[in-house]
Ligand binder design. Structure first.
Ligand SMILES: C[S@@+](CC[C@H](N)C(=O)[O-])C[C@H]1O[C@@H](n2cnc3c(N)ncnc32)[C@H](O)[C@@H]1O
Length: 372
């Protein structure tokens, strides 16, 4: 029996029930869940009882009291870091390794590679580092013998494997990020834009198939409507097929603004977050582009009424093509630099090049649509 089968038997002893599914290795995705037989749509395929979950309420008092005020994420990571319980070693044995995270999670990459992350991923990474450092300050103060690497490893386990959950009899926390549970076995599910339904109640979690799955097919859940920049920073992967992917144009639009335009746009609440998805740019982008090519008065009228003339629309369209082309040049330059880097681990560079090529596809698609 391999370690995943042993873990599965152990999970079943904890009350986890599997209906025609199993853990399976998928190239490029680590472990995932496979249909052992044809699964009809709307069928329960997994239940996990509340007693098998690890939540802030299951953390031993010796840990939670020593830590005092800390995020749910930080507390669960401390619990995992200090956990030596033999009974739970079956689960620990099947988790990704430190090396897996060093390859996949940008927070573990050398700074020279982090600098090549697209702007949206870099912003998420910077928030993540701040959150980790705050948690680590609290945990290292209370448990000085704990190593930073070991804590970071467990912090990333929590980051990549928790489910939204409110323990029975407790109130929903204001911040959804504080409503989390580690969910052994259910955490084998990989992500897709669409996936099985995940529900929880006082009894525990229930996962129901969203469609027919043929025998041997991978079964997914959805971690949310996330872009690839988000998935890269938070989960360490990007997908080729992502219904919710989009890119940000901030890095090519904002530097074009002079001080007056910048102030005007900021005061009106339109600074940044200029999204290009597979179909179009967002309204914020339209507003920002017009700020760059319209007199201030006329721009303010457009912001107030949403109405502009044909001439303004044409100018904004022309400018959009210019910034898209500028971004193409930038992306090509980044890819060139990445390919010439000499680094120990090529897999991180490959992930970055893959993401920048996806960005290029977005840009070329938008340019083609704009000139038609
Ligand atoms: C909840 S775990 C899923 C189980 C995990 N694959 C394993 O081997 O234990 C989440 C992690 O799985 C991987 N993952 C999930 N969905 C993926 C996908 N569509 N493509 C590639 N990797 C994926 C990422 O490494 C992510 O951080």
């Amino acid at each position: 029996m391999d370690k995943h089968e042993e873990f599965t038997r152990w999970a079943e002893l904890q009350g986890v029930k599997l209906y025609g599914i199993a853990a399976h290795q998928f190239p490029g995705r680590g472990l995932g869940i496979v249909a052992k037989e044809r699964q009809e749509a709307g069928k329960i395929i997994l239940t996990v009882p509340t007693s098998a979950l690890r939540t802030t309420l299951t953390v031993p008092k010796a840990i939670s009291v020593s830590l005092g005020k800390i995020t749910a994420h930080g507390l669960l990571a401390a619990d995992l870091s200090l956990d030596t319980d033999k009974a739970r070693s079956r689960w620990r044995d099947v988790l990704p390794s430190q090396e897996d995270f060093q390859k996949s999670m940008p927070i573990q990459w050398p700074p020279i590679l982090q600098d090549f992350l697209p702007q949206a991923a870099l912003a998420l990474l910077s928030d993540q580092i701040k959150k980790f450092e705050l948690d680590w300050a609290t945990v290292s103060g209370a448990f000085p013998a704990l190593s930073r690497d070991h804590y970071l490893y467990n912090w990333l386990i929590v980051n990549t494997r928790t489910f939204y959950h409110v323990p029975p009899g407790t109130k929903k926390k204001k911040d959804p990020k504080d409503c989390m549970a580690l969910n052994p076995f259910a955490d084998y599910f990989n992500h897709s834009s669409e996936g099985c339904t995940v529900e929880f109640g006082p009894e525990g979690f229930e996962i129901t198939s969203n469609k027919v799955y043929e025998k041997g097919e991978e079964i997914y859940i959805s971690y949310g409507k996330h872009s690839n920049d988000f998935l890269l920073a938070e989960y360490g992967f990007v997908m080729d097929e992502n219904d919710f992917d989009h890119i940000l144009l901030d890095s090519v639009i904002i530097p074009k603004m002079d001080a007056v335009q910048l102030q005007l746009v900021r005061d009106a609440g339109y600074l940044g977050n200029y999204v290009l998805d597979k179909e179009s740019v967002c309204y914020r982008t339209e507003v920002a582009l017009r700020a760059l090519c319209m007199p201030a008065r006329r721009w303010e009228r457009f912001v107030d009424s949403g109405v502009d003339g044909q001439h303004d629309q044409a100018m904004a369209d022309e400018l959009l093509i210019k910034v898209l082309k500028l971004y193409v040049a930038k992306a090509q330059n980044v890819i060139g630099q990445l390919l010439s880097l000499e680094v120990k681990d090529r897999s991180q560079v490959e992930t970055l090049v893959r993401r920048w090529n996806q960005i290029l596809l977005f840009l070329h698609g938008a340019i083609e649509r704009s000139v038609l």
